[in-house]
Write a protein that binds this ligand. Structure first.
Ligand SMILES: O=C(O)CCCC[C@@H]1SC[C@@H]2NC(=O)N[C@@H]21
Length: 253
């Protein structure tokens, strides 16, 4: 799709902040009054967070936004939105980086550019029992700057930026329009047909599918061949001890 034709999706609100602690924290504050899906973007974050309690560096020029929504379904269904978001982000970035760059998806929810980590997704939700009262999908993209390799844990992929890899420059506001439109398209697929088309599309862009990977959970490290994505979003590895479905882990290549 041509970037010129992208328009903001109907029925979705947008807030653009100059500075905030974290767009996910702002989403939690706004959640009680939420009447429609809302993108909250900030030009700067002062206390951005990543997965597993890590800090996320979010300087001006990089992209930082959270989609706040009230999803139907249970927490497990809501969690599958990380794959919806990763696909949307891959589509949005494809409009920016041009055909020479390679965008791929790393389980569970990183987006890679030329093999380095260019973006991360952090899902947070609140609810009571089987219901989800709100879901926050926080997305950070290194548009102009990436942290140095020494700043990430040993074995983690090298952080890269869109500008560093491709020379492309895009304002965060513009990326937000592409992303919101792409998310609305994938969300329509998900709510109409369920996880199956999302899973297929995600697998078509998966990094290291069929290759040896290492999954580190809180309890153990599991090595094996990345076989597929489970129907519940788990990572399926074929290991010397048999097939394993891993619901949550950090993956190392
Ligand atoms: O890869 C990760 O660890 C996930 C990083 C998610 C960062 C984004 S930036 C926008 C939103 N606000 C936050 O505090 N975190 C997410």
């Amino acid at each position: 799709m041509s970037a010129d034709l992208i328009t903001w999706p109907e029925g979705v609100a947008r807030h653009v902040l100059t500075e905030v602690d974290s767009t996910n924290s702002e989403a939690a504050r706004l959640a009680p009054g939420l009447t429609q899906p809302t993108w909250i973007m900030a030009r700067r974050q002062t206390a951005a967070r990543g997965r597993r309690g890590r800090a996320w560096v979010s300087p001006e020029g990089n992209f930082a936004a959270t989609l706040l929504m009230r999803p139907a379904g249970d927490p497990a269904q809501a969690a599958l939105r990380s794959f919806v978001a990763a696909l949307a982000l891959a589509d949005a970035l494809a409009l920016v980086v041009g055909p020479g760059a390679v965008i791929s998806l790393k389980w569970p929810n990183d987006v890679l550019l030329n093999g380095g980590k260019v973006a991360g997704i952090l899902l947070e939700s609140a609810g009571t029992g089987a219901g989800v009262t709100h879901l926050s999908i926080g997305i950070g993209v290194n548009l102009v700057a990436a942290p140095p390799k020494e700043a990430v844990e040993p074995g983690a992929l090298t952080p890269v930026s869109v500008m560093g890899e491709t020379g492309a420059r895009i304002a965060p506001e513009e990326l937000l329009t592409y992303l919101a439109a792409a998310f609305a398209r994938w969300e329509a697929q998900f709510s109409t047909y369920g996880f199956a088309p999302i899973r297929t599309a995600w697998l078509a862009r998966a990094a290291r599918l069929g290759q040896h990977v290492m999954a580190r959970t809180m309890a153990e490290t599991i090595e094996g061949t990345f076989d597929t994505l489970g129907e519940d979003g788990s990572l399926i590895l074929v290991t010397p001890a048999g097939r394993r479905a891993i619901p949550a882990a950090d993956v190392f290549f």
